[in-house]
Ligand binder design. Structure first.
Ligand code: ATP
Length: 589
């Protein structure tokens, strides 16, 4: 609560005004019995304690009631006073200054002459009312002061909250004159651009200011724009949101919120990481080549150099790229994957580089940010880079060399800090010879080459991959598969896996869908695998598979008895002992 001392100047003015009119001295004390105002002989005692003589004031403060002393020095209240029986005062009227029912001070009329005393005595009622009104005036001033202090404090509190925000926040009137800004905005802009008197024009382009001011015209309008802001240090990309501030008199001002684009990116990345958060441990395979890949990935992750991952479709190139990203220092940034084959050539450039507002007919209003910018401080995964058109290869080369991009229709280069991981299943060396792939880009991206072998060349990985996918689909499909029959395994081993791990994943999903039991057998194989005869499977050039298939067919033609086996051996052109060895080897009963 505000103390009476806070309004002492006002109290002194009131005291002097009264004394001038009534020609009687005034004394005002606070609740601690400190004289805060006084006229005549009491003026020089302002600021001093009245505890040795202010016995009447003490009583008024204690009771909260008005007091009249007709015989100062002889009244019982005067008993402890040093001037008892010899008081220079002739008459005294004291009123409490009450705020919210509590006496916070007292104001008194003090008479030193008989004439003054007589005047008051004869008009006592009027003087009592007058003094009460004066006390109320001082109390009101105190309440007003208290209210103002409350306002200042809540204003300070709100400002502290606004200053805690990481986002830059400014408010402007409907003409664009800046009214207020928080510390984050202050940190962002140079002091000469952002002042309490500057205009939005000094911070943003005319086009953006026009958009911001639109929200002042419609209370439901909110504008979101991506802007480049010239900050104290550099040019920073931000997301700007302008919204109307609605008051009782309608919209009179606008709030502008600025968030750094990088942070939004990081947030999106954190929120979407669940389904893409591959780690090195997720890359399964016991083969020597897969163990090497995992080791290599750990080392590569710490570097900023470009990686080129080669391998057939479905071998896990994207998975490897994501693991490298998630393992390295860029994991907080975005992993931005772009498939150069999946996006039509005409759109690929704008997808990668983005465009400025009005860059071409049909361009989205406000422009569009490209994937490369989105990957700032993160990783850009260029899948199927071999399918990238030549003109874009040149642009990508420039990004890698100069570390900056220009949007379509834009004139200012934008610095980008991206790590590029490229992948392809195509033979880039042959493409270079034919002039289909730029040599300079090839050397730029092939800094760290990694190669994932096709699944048919590392069939020892089948077991661990199958176990993994069985677990995944048991859970997903609520099944309880525990084993694979020997026949099923055999078919998997014989198959040439043109679709690699992705195909294996599908085969297991299909089989688990079909079974109700705990073992997958040949019955559950997808028709593709069942039908794969040795002729269909020639693509794999798998001699063992062809041999097994041939022996199996002879065996079925001539029968399983001893005579049948003899005939089969003759037909196959091998000895009977060799046939027995091969039957055992290929597990043919
Ligand atoms: N070593 C592995 N361990 C576990 N899962 C794998 C492995 N390799 C691939 N996969 C799985 O196979 C599927 C295909 O992987 P991915 O998309 O990374 O292959 P890709 O080589 O990038 O394919 P494409 O070239 O067709 O884009 C994914 O579901 C992935 O999880």
């Amino acid at each position: 609560m505000v103390e009476l001392m806070a309004v002492k100047d006002y109290a002194q003015q009131i005291a002097e005004a009264i004394a001038t009119v009534v020609k009687i001295d005034i004394e005002i004390a606070d609740h601690n019995l400190i004289r805060i105002a006084g006229t005549g002989k009491y003026h020089k005692g302002v600021g001093l304690s009245m505890d040795r003589q202010g016995y009447v004031y003490q009583e008024v403060l204690r009771t909260g009631h008005q007091f009249v002393i007709e015989t100062p020095g002889h009244h019982p209240l005067c008993t402890p006073c040093k001037a008892r029986g010899n008081c220079s005062e002739k008459y005294e009227v004291v009123s409490p200054i009450n705020v919210d029912g509590k006496a916070v001070g007292a104001i008194g009329l003090i008479c030193f002459t008989d004439a003054q005393a007589k005047l008051i005595e004869e008009n006592q009622h009027s003087y009592l009312i007058f003094l009460t009104k004066m006390a109320e005036t001082i109390a009101l001033k105190l309440k007003e002061q208290e209210f103002l202090a409350g306002l200042v404090s809540s204003n300070h509190y709100l400002n502290s909250i606004i200053d805690c925000l990481d986002e830059g926040l400014l408010t402007a009137d409907l003409d664009g004159n800046i009214l207020h800004f928080n510390q984050a905005a202050k940190r962002l802009f140079s002091a000469n651009l952002l002042t309490a008197r500057s205009h939005l024009n000094s911070l943003f382009t005319a086009r953006i200011v026009e958009d911001i001011l639109k929200v002042g015209k419609n209370e439901n309008e909110i504008v979101e724009r991506e802007v480049h802001v010239e900050t104290k240090k550099n040019r920073v990309q931000m997301v700007l949101c302008a919204l109307p501030i609605d008051s009782e008199e309608g919209v009179k001002s606008i709030a502008v919120i600025l968030r750094p684009f990088d942070e939004i990116n990081r947030m999106v990345n954190r929120l979407t990481l669940q389904d893409a958060g591959y780690t090195i441990q997720d890359i399964l395979g016991d083969s020597e080549t897969m163990c090497q890949i995992r080791e290599q990935a750990k080392i590569v992750a710490t570097s900023k150099s470009t990686v080129l991952i080669r391998g057939e479709s479905g071998t896990g190139k994207e998975m490897l790229a994501r693991s490298i990203h998630n393992l390295g220092p860029r994991q907080q940034g975005m992993f931005m994957a772009i498939n150069c084959t999946a996006i039509p050539e005409a759109l690929l450039e704008s997808e990668l580089f983005g465009y400025e507002d009005g860059a071409f007919t049909g361009a989205r209003k406000g422009g569009k940010i490209g994937k490369i910018e989105l990957a700032n401080k993160g990783t850009l995964f260029l899948d199927e880079i071999g399918d990238m058109p030549l003109f874009l290869q040149a642009k990508i080369l420039r990004v890698l060399q100069e570390r900056q991009i220009e949007r379509i229709g834009g004139i200012t280069p934008i610095p980008v800090d991206v790590r590029v991981i490229a992948a392809t299943h195509r033979n880039l060396e042959q493409m270079m010879v034919k002039g289909e792939f730029r040599e300079d880009l090839y050397y730029r991206i092939n800094v760290i080459p990694m190669h994932i072998k096709p699944l048919r060349d590392r069939k020892e990985d089948l077991t661990v991959l199958c176990d993994h996918f069985i677990k995944v689909y048991n859970k997903q499909l609520n099944k309880n598969v525990k084993a694979l029959s020997e026949g099923f395994r055999q078919r998997l081993r014989e198959y040439s896996w043109p679709g690699n791990v992705r195909e294996l994943q599908n085969i297991i999903e299909y089989a688990i869908n079909l079974t109700e039991g705990s073992t997958l057998t040949e019955v559950h194989l997808s028709p593709r695998l069942k039908q794969t005869s040795l002729h269909d499977d020639l693509s794999g050039f798998n001699l063992e598979a062809i041999e097994r298939e041939t022996i199996l067919r002879c065996y079925q033609t001539f029968g399983a008895g001893v005579r049948g086996k003899e005939k089969a051996a003759i037909a196959l052109g091998i000895g009977l002992a060799t046939l027995y060895r091969k039957l055992a080897r290929y597990n043919i009963e």
